[in-house]
Design a protein around this ligand. Structure first.
Ligand SMILES: Cc1cc2nc3c(=O)[nH]c(=O)nc-3n(C[C@H](O)[C@H](O)[C@H](O)COP(=O)(O)OP(=O)(O)OC[C@H]3O[C@@H](n4cnc5c(N)ncnc54)[C@H](O)[C@@H]3O)c2cc1C
Length: 445
């Protein structure tokens, strides 16, 4: 018997995959006895906000992830299709029908024992999957912190946007670190310079842009913004605050002028393949459409493709790069797996997918079989690789996107064609590795 904590998107997938392999799972869900500040019902896989699972188009990262999940027998995807509502190229659901379908399928599964109770501590031994999500209860959080170390458990996101390296205009930006010789063309940062007029226009747009609403439980938590002020809040404190803070030009000689620009936006490499760049100090809580509009005013980023936009919200997640293997098992305790938002993944489908993989590997661990790690050229493989190999000092959650995949052997400038090539390679590598029906002992239910 394997214990699964949390019947959200990840825990549901984990329990389902365990049962599909002929192994019993005990699924612990604290709702409706103990509610989180965001959930409203006692149903499994309740969607706390949007009712959309994102694109189904084959040449989008979200579409590719769904394809891989379908190959692996995802329950969340099957239930979402059964509860789908019209949404163009996206998969959106009637949320009540969706959760009811998931709850009914799990309740009817004889190998899954459902217990409506709060797991106040991690299981002391045995094989388990922890999928208690961004709003993990306080006592369980304390127990996780005791195992991971308190510094390795985070309670807030403060995400800065990430852009694809290919979309940065290197005719404008230049590579350099502060106080190094720019003529050498090396250095760790891509630097986007702004004149005084460009800086002024950027600050004006930032101050006028619409911000995302904070939820009540975030508004009331004074720790929320501590130490990581969003750029729009910083700009509101004084027009020059950004130029003296995250947009300081100090030590950055623009090779075109030989002088420091009025202000600079720095981009720091975010993955080993150098395909993604993080906007340094640019955590923001603007609405996503507004972010794209305002950030594209920055010279060098006019055609920026955003792999992730900024956001700030309450979120419990562990320092996965330090703590987890790509098979989602805790490095320091064999048999203890993590799935979902707790691993530092963003997005409904990515969270369901990591729950699925954690469930597969928990079953494999119990059966004494080797654990499954997907190729980094697949979307789920790349996501697991990222969260377990990112810089542990600056780690923040990440959603599925093609920028996580290793570069293609040839440069394809056209975005659509590039995405198609990523998806084609992902499918070929997934199929050739024959992960679809890995180790299934039971007929697929
Ligand atoms: C307010 C809010 C809005 C969000 N909006 C979006 C959005 O629009 N789109 C998006 O993609 N993502 C959104 N997210 C992130 C979203 O939560 C995840 O994408 C997804 O729900 C995570 O799946 P999960 O299974 O990891 O966690 P959850 O779906 O939250 O599931 C975790 C489950 O564990 C249970 N649980 C917690 N502690 C215990 C315990 N000690 N014992 C037993 N059970 C426990 C919870 O009740 C819950 O059912 C939002 C998050 C929040 C907090």
């Amino acid at each position: 018997m394997i214990t699964v904590i949390g019947a959200g998107l990840a825990g549901v997938e984990a329990a389902w995959q365990i049962a599909r392999r002929g192994i019993g799972a005990q699924l612990l869900e604290m709702r409706p006895l103990v509610m989180t500040p965001a959930h409203r019902t006692g149903d499994f896989a309740e969607l706390v906000c949007s009712n959309s699972f994102g694109s189904v188009l084959p040449d989008r990262a979200a579409g590719q992830l769904k394809w891989e999940m379908e190959q692996m027998g995802s329950l969340i995807l099957t239930a979402a299709r059964a509860a789908a509502v019209p949404a163009g190229g996206a998969l959106a659901v009637d949320r009540e029908k969706f959760s009811a379908t998931v709850t009914a399928r799990l309740s009817a599964e004889p190998l899954i024992e459902i217990a409506r109770e709060e797991a106040r501590e991690l299981p002391a031994d045995g094989v388990a999957v922890v999928a208690s999500g961004p709003l993990t209860s306080a006592s369980l959080s304390a127990s996780i912190a005791a195992v991971t170390g308190a510094r390795q458990l985070h309670f807030y996101d403060a995400l800065a946007p990430i852009v694809s390296g290919e979309s940065v205009d290197m005719g404008v930006a230049w590579r350099a670190s502060r106080y190094t010789d720019a003529a050498g063309g090396d250095g760790d940062y891509l630097n986007c310079p702004l004149t005084e007029a460009e800086y002024g226009a950027f600050v004006d747009a930032l101050l006028a842009a619409e911000r995302a609403e904070l939820r009540d439980f975030e508004k009331n938590d004074e720790r929320f913004f501590e130490g990581c002020l969003p750029i729009e809040v910083l700009a509101a404190r004084g027009r020059e605050a950004l130029a003296f803070g995250p947009m300081s030009p100090k030590g950055l000689d623009d090779p075109r002028t030989g002088r420091w620009p009025y202000a600079v936006v720095q981009l720091r490499q975010d993955n080993a393949a150098a395909t993604l760049y993080n906007m340094v100090g640019f955590q923001t809580n603007l609405k996503w459409g507004e972010q794209e509009r305002v950030l594209r005013m920055i010279p060098g980023l006019r055609a920026a493709e955003f792999a992730r936009l900024g956001q700030m919200h309450r979120n419990t997640f562990i320092n996965a790069p330090l703590l987890l293997t790509p098979a989602l098992e805790l490095k320091t305790r064999q048999g203890l797996f993590f799935g979902g938002q707790l691993t530092g993944v963003e997005g409904y489908m990515g969270n369901a997918a990591t729950g699925l993989l954690a469930g597969v590997n928990a079953a494999r661990r119990l059966a004494g079989e080797p654990l499954l790690t997907l190729p980094v050229t697949t979307m789920l493989g790349a996501l697991c690789h990222y969260i377990t190999h990112a810089d542990s000092e600056t780690f923040q959650p990440m959603k599925a996107n093609f920028g996580l995949l290793p570069p293609l052997p040839v440069t394809i400038r056209n975005k659509r064609a590039r995405y198609e090539a990523y998806a084609r390679r992902a499918r070929e590598d997934f199929l050739s590795a024959n992960y679809a029906n890995d180790g299934l002992k039971e007929v697929v239910r």
